[in-house]
Unconditional design. Sequence first.
Length: 457
Amino acid sequence: MSPERGLATEVIVVGAGLSGLQAARSLVDVGIGTVVLEARSRVGGKTLSIPNKNAAGVADLGAEWLNDATQPRVYQLAARLGLECTDVKVQGDSILQGFDGALIRHNYGEQAPLPNGEDEVVKRIKETFEEEYSKVRLETFDDFPHDGITLEEFVRSRGGGSATLATVAVWTRVMLGCEPSDLSAAYFFIYCKSQGGLMKMRSAKVQGKYVTIKTGAQSLSEGLAKSLPSGAVRLNSAVELVTQKESGVEVRTTDGSVFTGRKIILAFSTPLYSKIAFVPPLPAAKASLVGSTKLGYYTKVLATYSKPWWREKGFSGASQSFVGPAAATRDTSEDSHSSFRLTSFIAGGPGEQWAQLAPAERREGVLAQFCHMFGSNDAYQPTEYIEQQWSSEEWSLGCPCPYTPPGVLTRVGDCLIEPFGHVHCIGTETAVDWKGYMEGALESGVRGADEVFKLLR
Ligand SMILES: Cc1cc2nc3c(=O)[nH]c(=O)nc-3n(C[C@H](O)[C@H](O)[C@H](O)COP(=O)(O)OP(=O)(O)OC[C@H]3O[C@@H](n4cnc5c(N)ncnc54)[C@H](O)[C@@H]3O)c2cc1C
């Protein structure tokens, strides 16, 4: 396609993930002309669903689960788009793979017994975390207790030993792709609080039930995109230059197309701002935030089987591991399509080490871990094996959500959602509720559209 010159609109949204598409939807709803520029050749960002190779149905390589009670925006969007949901059921025992590969079988949802009574320390740490969340004020974002230390330092200061730290590491790996020594304790508390607290978030018994979308989570993004006026979403349009003028913005994409608008909304993670040249440059505090915000290492592995062999042994397919490579595993089978699947999250330090291996060794490492945890050589016979390495994706650089090391929030945290000139900032990490999740992406899209609407009208 030849470059376009001078296409004028009122608002330019950069990024056709859920946050950007929701912002566009909200703006179009109030009669504001909007164009969405998307770098990839598809919409959806971190929602990505592909057809199963050997069966009907789809596999989610990115976001997958939503909650029918605690995540009203995303659940209602699914309902509005007429998407069919399946309840997530977990039946059978879980496995904790401890140090030296020692296996502890326990009831799903309950704390696994740990050596030297450390399960009691973990319980106390969970309570301490709950006390810390209660001090966090998500709306004001101006006071960050424990931002000067890492989460690891916080846990050690509360008597956490090696098994407690390893338990906390499973949480940070699965939730943010990083180690407890990487991130500020304050950031972790804010992140957990935004999800209603670590324990509530993980308990389907406490708050609603988790569901998946039969046609995959990407159908949320596709449905939103289709609901926009024809031509509003422009794929293969990576923005490389944003020039602010008194009356508005001029935006150039890598193919040389130029778009002008009165306002621009950036709908992606803070570290990705570094791929764009801003004229005038980013304000110093924002530039510092961009340079200090990190994305962890994260890969989703899906191994599909002709039968759910782990269930035959009374396992739910759920596991946690102190050693990896998979930090956590879940049964994500689609029974109605006879597609039986174990999905793992390979993240943080063990994930980075695993990523250095050759493809065959990586696969062997994951399947050997399944065999060890669930006790069957059937683990080595998947009918399909997929690795989705989000950290190598040019337009994601990692997932599910960025984090900040110690000191960053105190220094420049308040400019996360602060507009600069005509530029507004959304994306799941900027949400008050459910940062890092689809729910948070939608919330931020509504907030960004509202901000811009108030200025334009
Ligand atoms: C493996 C994985 C598992 C997850 N599991 C869940 C889950 O079970 N439940 C849940 O609720 N959430 C989950 N999430 C998180 C969820 O996917 C995200 O929170 C949400 O999709 C983020 O939406 P977003 O719009 O903020 O960002 P993104 O989806 O990242 O969208 C940003 C878009 O901006 C585009 N872009 C970036 N830079 C430019 C540029 N310069 N020019 C043009 N376009 C650009 C990108 O290509 C992308 O399409 C998961 C994510 C991953 C990856």
